[in-house]
Design a protein around this ligand. Structure first.
Ligand code: ZN
Length: 282
């Protein structure tokens, strides 16, 4: 099943997507940190509830939003593709290198990435496969991990490299507003035969800049969930962004930074496509 959060006729709803039709089922409450999809995952009824027979509307008639609005956490794994590590010149981590983005960064699959003018001169993209937790995971083995996965989606781990590396840690450079385009849908795990065999790519203004496979991950999805769950409980709706392959702007020669009006497309085959335009504001 493909699950979306959509804005339709002024309301936000959790919906099922089937081809070019959307079936909006559950209205989201209009309150701080409301997230209809997270709540359906947490109460274990997402598939059943969203499978309801309701009138469909054309996909073109709704605005696709980030499929999750307020996950309890978004854990990102840095330096998780060997080819990306080489381009950064950094050392290969011995264990998954985890950092965090918070929910305020989330934005939709076609929304602009709005960046206040003057806040960064080194705006970069990172194509990533994102995993969404389905069942609470605490100290699970890699073998058990798959049964805790709800599904997959696509993330762009937008990064301001100057802010990222001028601070001791990465929080500011990874957490501007709009720095986590997510979507376009959550694809349930049963539709993804092997998360470690998916083509992953990025394009800037139509030119391919990243072109790799999730086969190249150092720590795979199952191992990453197991590792994190030794230290922290992973809750339903939590997102794990699993790192990016080579070809980010800072790894290129000459370096390529995003500018006002640039269109960034991030795609994971079989999972979806993000298409976000950079918009400098102020
Ligand atoms: Zn990343």
């Amino acid at each position: 099943m493909k699950i979306a959060r959509v804005r339709h006729e002024g309301r936000v709803l959790a919906a099922r997507v089937d081809g070019d039709r959307v079936y909006p089922v559950v209205p989201e409450e209009d309150r701080f940190m409301a997230d209809a999809v997270r709540d359906l995952i947490a109460d274990g009824t997402a598939r059943e509830t969203l499978g309801a027979e309701v009138p469909g509307v054309p996909l073109a008639d709704v605005e696709l939003l980030s499929p999750l609005a307020a996950p309890q956490k978004i854990v990102c794994i840095g330096l998780n593709y060997a080819d990306h590590i080489r381009e950064t010149g950094l050392e290969t981590p011995k264990v998954p290198l985890a950092f965090v983005k918070t929910a305020h960064c989330l934005t939709g699959p076609t929304a602009p990435v709005r960046v206040p003018r003057g806040t960064t001169e080194q705006l970069d993209w990172e194509a990533e496969l994102a995993v969404v937790i389905g069942r609470t995971a605490r100290d699970v083995t890699a073998e058990e991990a798959a049964s805790h996965v709800f599904g997959y989606t696509v993330a762009n781990d937008v990064s301001a490299r100057d802010a990222q590396f001028s601070d001791v840690q990465w929080f500011r450079g990874k957490n501007f507003d709009d720095f986590c385009p997510l979507g376009p849908f959550l694809v349930t795990a049963d539709e993804i035969a092997d998360p470690q065999d998916l083509a992953i790519s990025a394009r800037v203004n139509g030119v391919t800049v990243q072109d790799s496979s999730t086969k190249e991950m150092i720590f795979g999805v199952a191992e990453t969930i197991s590792y994190l769950s030794r230290y922290m409980t992973l809750y339903p709706g939590d997102v794990i962004a699993t790192g990016t392959p080579h070809g980010v702007g800072m790894g290129r020669e000459p370096k390529l930074w995003l500018r006002d009006g640039d269109l960034v497309e991030v795609e994971v085959a079989g999972v979806g496509l993000l298409s976000n335009r950079v918009e400098l504001t102020g």
